[in-house]
Design a protein around this ligand. Structure first.
Ligand SMILES: NC(=O)C1=CN([C@@H]2O[C@H](COP(=O)(O)OP(=O)(O)OC[C@H]3O[C@@H](n4cnc5c(N)ncnc54)[C@H](OP(=O)(O)O)[C@@H]3O)[C@@H](O)[C@H]2O)C=CC1
Ligand SMILES: CC(C)(CO)C(=O)C(=O)O
Length: 292
């Protein structure tokens, strides 16, 4: 199949390096330098010590694909949708962002739209190489369009070494990941610690509890179930630097708007812990003079 991946960052390169084994993959990027680097070197994976050939084009050179997988950060989704709509009005579009701030943008799309959560860890080392820092699965759900297509999309993308699975309810799929990110990401960023460390300090543990309680309340989910899951993920990824902390360390804009900002917008009552942590991360971005 012809598969376009928008964004040659950590997840885009990880997906590209696996999907190119079976499919004709094009990575759409925004910098000429990265386009040239990918066309010359392919995508290098340190784990297999191999490169896989892919094609790369600028996003402005997009052509028609069977599937387009959007791997940009949540705050860049609005920039890439016009390119998708110009060239891929009949394709299947798959969005893999953390958070839920982009959901309203997807409601205006007429294509078959899927959303998903990435349970892998990926870290771009340079413009053409990516480390697979945590192995997991990509879970997809139909957001709009024909529900029956999910099974064939999963079958087309699935590889034993790089699995995809389906979920019948897009909202609970994204909400489950949102709560994890609303607790772990801002706390690890504020206290500059690895994921597992937030439960080693009794005071940070208690803030995590309150953040999880507020998020469960806003989303109408069972607190005990979500709290259990947050603790499991923090333990499983204990040595990870969360994506938010990584963004701040590298002076990049975080996804706080799509995560805690979304919860604040959805809430009908005050959620003080979430509001405090949201404001703290915004303050950290401002201190670092991060704009984009
Ligand atoms: N990395 C991970 O392990 C995980 C990531 N996710 C989620 O996946 C999403 C993507 O994250 P990740 O891959 O880590 O992010 P990265 O920052 O590594 O990559 C994003 C890429 O998007 C590119 N980009 C931005 N705007 C455009 C544009 N207009 N046209 C083309 N390309 C563009 C950036 O280009 P440039 O290089 O030029 O800046 C960058 O290469 C996020 O929502 C994240 O939360 C979820 C789970 C795990
Ligand atoms: C699950 C977790 C917290 C793993 O680090 C993550 O999704 C992130 O860092 O964004």
């Amino acid at each position: 199949m012809d598969i376009g991946i928008i964004g040659g960052g950590s997840t885009g390169l990880l997906l590209g390096s696996h999907l190119a084994v079976k499919h004709k993959v094009t990575i759409y990027v925004r910098r000429e330098q990265q386009k040239q680097s990918l066309n010359k070197n392919g995508i290098f994976s340190p784990e297999s010590n191999k490169s896989i050939q892919v094609k790369s084009l600028l996003i402005s050179e997009m052509h028609r694909e069977n599937y387009l997988i959007v791997c940009v950060k949540q705050h860049h989704v609005s920039q890439v949708i016009p390119f998708i709509n110009q060239t891929n009005i009949e394709s299947t579009i798959i969005f893999l962002q953390n958070g839920m701030g982009h959901i309203d943008l997807l409601r205006k799309m007429t294509q078959t739209v899927l959303v998903g959560v990435v349970e892998h860890g990926a870290l771009r080392k340079n413009d053409h190489s990516v480390a697979h820092t945590g192995k997991g699965v990509i879970k997809l759900a139909v957001f709009s369009g024909v529900k029956d297509e999910l099974e064939s999309i999963i079958n087309n993308l699935y590889q034993r070494q790089f699995p995809f699975s389906g979920s019948s309810d897009w909202e609970s799929l994204l909400q489950g990941k949102l709560i994890i990110n609303a607790v772990i990401n801002p706390l690890t960023s504020l206290f500059n610690m690895k994921n597992g460390d937030i439960f080693k300090n009794v005071y940070i543990h208690s803030i995590a509890y309150e953040l999880c309680r507020e998020a469960s309340l806003v989303l109408g989910l069972d607190f005990n179930q979500q709290w259990q899951r947050v603790q499991e993920v923090a333990e499983k990824t204990e040595n990870n630097i969360s994506s938010m902390l990584k963004d701040l360390q590298e002076n990049r804009k975080t996804e706080i708007e799509a995560i805690c900002g979304y919860l604040i917008n959805q809430s009908n009552h005050p959620i003080p812990y979430t509001t405090f942590i949201y404001t703290s991360i915004k303050a950290m971005e401002k201190q670092k003079e991060i704009k984009e």
